[in-house]
Design a protein around this ligand. Structure first.
Ligand code: WTA
Length: 677
């Protein structure tokens, strides 16, 4: 195990400097004075209470939201199965929309949407959508879905650009009790097929295209290609966004502007049992098949609501008055960050949420900072990979803009190296905005380890301390806690409201992946996050990275097996091995080693072909950064590919470590000589 953890550690950009990090950044008294949680004493008291009496703690929070019927019991825990707020009924769409309209916020802004194209002096297209408008659109979409035969319990696949209709589609599904499965728009057709089939989706919602860096992403073409490979899909609802010519199947395809705009705007919410499925979100695991992570309604809602409120210190304004805060998370809704911290956690807090369609460097590298200035963004949440790109693009871009509206900065998705943290702190936060480095996962539903901006003194590179109700620990495989400053497995000991309830259709994999490795002496299973981490002398967590065959590329999770299967699906490739290597911007880059079929010429044209092939099979974000051809792959005597060795070779390491189990030493020599991609 320890070698695994070290391997993960060395994988992560800047980890060595993180571990000797001693700088401490306490929140300013002014910030703490107005914050929900304004001191470490308050944090510690509340945290202790949330751990000792989770039912009392979470029951009180849940009362801040709307329930049609109150719960009988806050928590039923029969490891690994948790049921939260049992017997209670509620609806996510109601808590995002109806509750606000009923409280007199109908005219207040729910979403500030900005499109990517910039039209000369007119600038970009911007829409301020009120709770009342969003409710009306959501009801219409919900009725349109019903007329396409969608009923409670169905799973609707959503493959869309970052347009308001994406949030509307999700809220419409939630409204009628259908679960959604949102697929990131960067995935290719075959990824859509796998997910549609796994979820048995009969209805897909998409758009003709989406804007990305001035080009059109052909979403509808990808859906068409996917539909050609499965006859499951009966209806495709299409938003007109880019207006280029697309192919049309009159029996199957429906324009959003026909089906939705004509539908009735009256659609009462389905009363959802707290444990009814809210959504499925696919994420990469250690096998080639993505996992459909299942999240249910009540617990997820309460967890994302409270973490949004406290981690970003959200304060709504009085109904009918201008907002005090404008919150912006730059993630794509196709990933869990967008689900939880653009839509479901933010809207119940009644603070406007910014949704941006496009790239951070279109039309120039100052786009984000221009948007912060124009929209007067107060809370800004992004990923370390974006911060590293901004650093590279140069200080002049943020310096051109007035960023003084900002009060809290957030990061998520991968470990942040202290250099990037300091740049964010100085250049974007003017040394006066607390930085919340939030550790969590698709599986956890919401943030788990994070500073609270008015309380926690931060250290660059550490996600600091567990959120309320989260009992996190660094343990070995026997569930024994590791001493301070010693690497181990990041594990969670008690259930939390937003936790996954399973993997769609695969109970065994659910238990095997998360609950079978770590147990207490009493046999109680812990949740295994799949990350290696340490705690320092102050109990702060330092996440080092994945310890399984999952890589984190620019904050996007992708399994090495998925990449390897994509490579060998090309006729030129016989065998492939993929490893992560340190990458200046992406955090981790993809290095692929391929052995070729007899007679195939290893040249740069083939390298390009294979890279493009991976982009076509999985999506452009999965293109290998480095691709090497080799006669054979280094294997142990039992036939396992020696990834550690490949990692060292790919990162150009001098020392290749212990190779005594290597089957054929000549393979190693050949790999070292082989031409780099
Ligand atoms: C990594 C994204 C260090 C980690 C919300 C985790 C992080 C995986 C952090 C989940 C962080 C996420 N510091 N590592 N603040 N946040 N990770 O499912 O390896 O896309 O297991 O969820 O990202 O990625 P996922």
């Amino acid at each position: 195990m320890s070698s695994n953890i070290e391997a993960a550690g060395s994988d992560v950009f800047g980890i060595e400097s993180q571990l000797s990090e001693t700088r401490l950044f306490p929140p300013s008294p002014a910030f703490s004075g107005q914050a929900h949680i304004g001191s470490m004493e308050q944090y510690r008291t509340e945290h202790a209470r949330s751990i000792n009496d989770p039912e009392g703690f979470w029951g009180e929070i849940a009362k801040e939201l709307h329930w049609f019927k109150p719960w009988d019991k806050v928590l039923e825990w029969d490891a690994p199965d948790a049921k939260w707020f049992t017997g209670g009924t509620t609806n996510l769409s109601y808590n995002c929309l109806d509750r606000q309209v009923k409280a007199g916020r109908g005219a207040d802004t729910a979403i500030i949407w900005e499109g990517e194209p910039v039209d000369g002096a007119n600038g970009p297209e911007v829409r301020h959508i009120s709770y009342a408008e969003l409710l009306e659109e959501t009801c219409k979409c919900a009725n349109a879905l019903k007329s396409l035969g969608v009923a409670k319990g169905d799973i609707v696949t959503v493959y869309m650009p970052m347009v308001p209709e994406l949030a509307i589609a999700m809220l419409a599904c939630a409204r009628i009790g259908a679960a959604h499965s949102v697929i990131f728009g960067g995935f290719a057709a075959s990824a859509i097929v796998d997910r549609v089939v796994d979820a048995k989706s009969k209805v897909v919602i998409t758009a003709d295209g989406g804007w990305r860096r001035g080009s059109i992403v052909p979403l509808k073409d990808n859906v068409d290609a996917a539909c050609a490979q499965t006859d499951l899909v009966e209806h495709v609802l299409v938003v007109k966004r880019t207006a280029q010519d697309i192919t049309w199947d009159a029996k199957r395809d429906h324009w959003w502007h026909d089906a939705v705009d004509k539908a009735s705007d009256d659609c009462p919410c389905e009363e959802m049992d707290s444990e009814d499925l809210a959504f499925v979100l696919y994420t990469s695991g250690t096998t080639g098949k993505p996992k459909g992570i299942m999240h249910t309604t009540g617990g997820y809602m309460v967890h994302t609501y409270l973490t949004s409120k406290l981690t970003f210190d959200l304060h709504s304004s009085e109904p009918g008055t201008p907002p005090k805060q404008i919150y912006w998370c730059t993630a794509d809704i196709g990933w869990v960050t967008g689900h939880s911290y653009i839509v479901y956690g933010i809207m119940p807090n009644c603070v406007p949420t910014v949704m941006y369609e496009g790239a951070p460097n279109f039309p120039d590298s100052g786009r984000f900072w221009d948007m912060v200035e124009r929209h007067k963004v107060t809370q800004f949440y992004t990923a370390p990979t974006a911060i590293r790109a901004f650093m590279k693009w140069g200080d002049e871009w943020p310096q051109k803009h007035d960023l003084s509206s900002l009060t809290v900065l957030g990061t998520v998705g991968e470990p942040i190296n202290p250099e990037a943290w300091m740049w964010y702190h100085k250049m974007i936060g003017a040394e006066s905005c607390p930085i919340v480095d939030t550790w969590w996962q698709t599986e956890t539903g919401g943030q788990m380890i994070t500073p609270l901006p008015g309380a926690t003194p931060t250290k660059p590179g550490s996600c600091t301390l567990p959120f309320f109700g989260v009992d996190a620990a660094i343990v070995n495989e026997h569930g024994e806690e590791m001493p301070a400053n010693t690497g181990g497995l990041l594990a969670i000991r008690k259930p939390w409201p937003g936790m996954l309830r399973g993997i769609l259709g695969d109970r065994e994999r659910f238990i095997e992946t998360y609950w079978s490795t770590i147990r207490t002496k009493e046999g109680e299973p812990y949740y295994k996050a799949g990350d290696g981490a340490r705690r320092d002398d102050d109990g702060y967590f330092w996440v080092m990275g994945r310890i399984d065959d999952v890589m984190n590329i620019s904050g996007h999770r992708i399994g090495t097996m998925e990449l390897e299967s994509a490579l060998v699906s090309h006729s030129a490739v016989v065998e492939a091995a993929v490893v992560g290597v340190p990458h200046e911007i992406k955090g981790t880059g993809i290095a692929a080693f391929c052995t070729l079929a007899p007679g195939v010429t290893a040249d740069s044209a083939l390298r390009d072909t294979l890279r493009t092939h991976v982009a076509k099979e999985i999506g452009p974000f999965a293109k290998p950064d480095m691709l090497r051809f080799t006669d054979a792959l280094p294997k142990t005597r039992s036939g396992k590919i020696m990834r550690r060795l490949l990692k060292d070779i790919a990162s150009g390491a001098e020392k290749t470590g212990d190779t005594t189990t290597l089957e054929d030493y000549s393979v190693l020599a050949k790999l070292k000589e082989s031409d780099e991609g």
